[in-house]
Design a protein around this ligand. Structure first.
Ligand code: UD1
Length: 339
């Protein structure tokens, strides 16, 4: 059993990871300012696990408050750092907000980790760092492309900050997880994604359209150089993704990691087009989702999917949930939201 600080622990991926941590006997302290989540998530976590983890309503950019948290909960073994803003278009409108939120929170946290002798961090990065890869599936050795947005840039800079700090501090160990596209919800439907306003991402948009909250799904472009003309992504079940954090943590805490910083793709290894996703969602849940093809969305890349071999072999982690289950869980969660 370990004592884990989870920033952003009431968010979409954070809450699912907290559940996995608790179910595996870890003690969890959540730090979250609820900027893109709400306290009901804690009830969902309790319903699934029967445990109320410690919760601190704190903004990670607030160094004084973060220090107070670390004084209150001594001897933390590792930090999983989810807290960040993630809307690509918003980051283009408000770059300073993104650089402040995403980088200041990381810098504060790393500084406190050094001061309080917390040696391990798992960091949430994104496949966005690859841009449009030259070779597919993309592995961790692929070159980092110039970021398409301030959001993407914060992930690249954050990876560099962690690498530079590790070079200067031999006791620091980090796992950087590059997520592909997380979808779905916990099978209990007690926790899931709570999009802020109109969803930007495909899965919540499909689910909300199926529920009648949106009139129709707009498919952004069918003239890409792919088999059906729509973009291809690697959609990973959020519970599988949460389990990757547990695997990363075990790897770190058991001192299995030789390099100070290790980077892992967290994806399924399977590319799916927008139309394939939509069709499968409709079939599995036996419903129709009104949709139309519209112009391409600015900034979208054509196709990307992961080579997850490094995580499969080194972390003994693999995405196991069948897509059909994931899509059923996404719909179950959406229906639960209406109640
Ligand atoms: C986006 C971000 C990525 C970020 C991730 C999580 C970009 C380029 N990438 O991923 O950096 O980590 O969100 O927040 O913005 N689609 C539609 N109709 C919709 C919504 C989406 O056709 O209403 C299509 C998109 O064109 C894309 C695919 O569905 O081809 C997936 O889109 P989305 O879920 O937004 O994820 P990404 O754009 O891959």
């Amino acid at each position: 059993m370990a004592k884990i600080l989870v920033t952003g622990g009431t968010g979409y991926i954070g809450s699912h990871t907290v559940v996995e941590l608790l179910q595996n006997g870890n003690e969890v302290i959540i730090v979250d300012n609820l900027s893109n989540s709400n306290v009901q998530v804690l009830e969902g976590i309790y319903k699934i696990t029967g445990i109320n983890p410690a919760f601190e309503n704190v903004d990670c950019t607030d160094y004084v408050q973060m220090e107070r948290v670390l004084n209150k909960y001594p001897n933390i073994d590792a930090v999983i750092h989810f807290a960040a803003s993630k809307a690509v278009a918003e980051s283009v409108e408000k770059p300073l907000m993104y650089y402040r939120n995403n980088l200041l929170s990381l810098i504060n946290l790393l500084e406190l980790m050094l001061n309080y002798k917390i040696p391990n961090i798992v960091f949430s990065s994104s496949c966005t760092v690859y841009g449009q890869p030259d070779k597919l599936p993309v592995d961790e050795k692929a070159p980092i492309k110039k970021a398409e947005s301030p959001y993407g840039n914060t992930k690249q800079i954050a990876e560099e900050i962690i690498t530079d700090l590790a070079a200067a501090n031999k006791q620091l160990k980090a796992v950087v997880l590059r997520y592909f596209n997380p979808i779905g919800a916990h099978p209990s439907a007690h926790i899931g994604e709570i999009p802020n306003g109109i969803p930007n991402n495909l899965m919540p948009y499909i689910a909300q359209t199926a529920a009648g909250k949106r009139t129709e799904l707009k498919i952004y472009g069918n003239d890409y150089n792919t088999p059906d003309g729509t973009c291809i992504r690697d959609y990973i079940d959020v519970v599988d993704l949460a389990k990757a954090h547990l695997a990363a943590l075990t790897h770190l805490l058991n001192n299995k990691q030789e390099k100070q910083v290790e980077v892992f793709n967290v994806g399924t290894g399977r590319g799916l087009s927008v139309l394939e996703m939509l069709t499968t969602f409709q079939e599995v849940n036996k419903l129709k989702v009104p949709h139309k093809i519209v112009a391409r969305r600015k900034g979208d890349i054509e196709q990307v999917w992961a080579d997850p071999t490094h995580a499969n072999n080194t972390l003994q982690w693999k995405a196991l949930t069948p897509l059909t289950e994931t899509l059923k869980n996404a719909w179950k969660w959406e229906q639960n939201q209406k109640k």
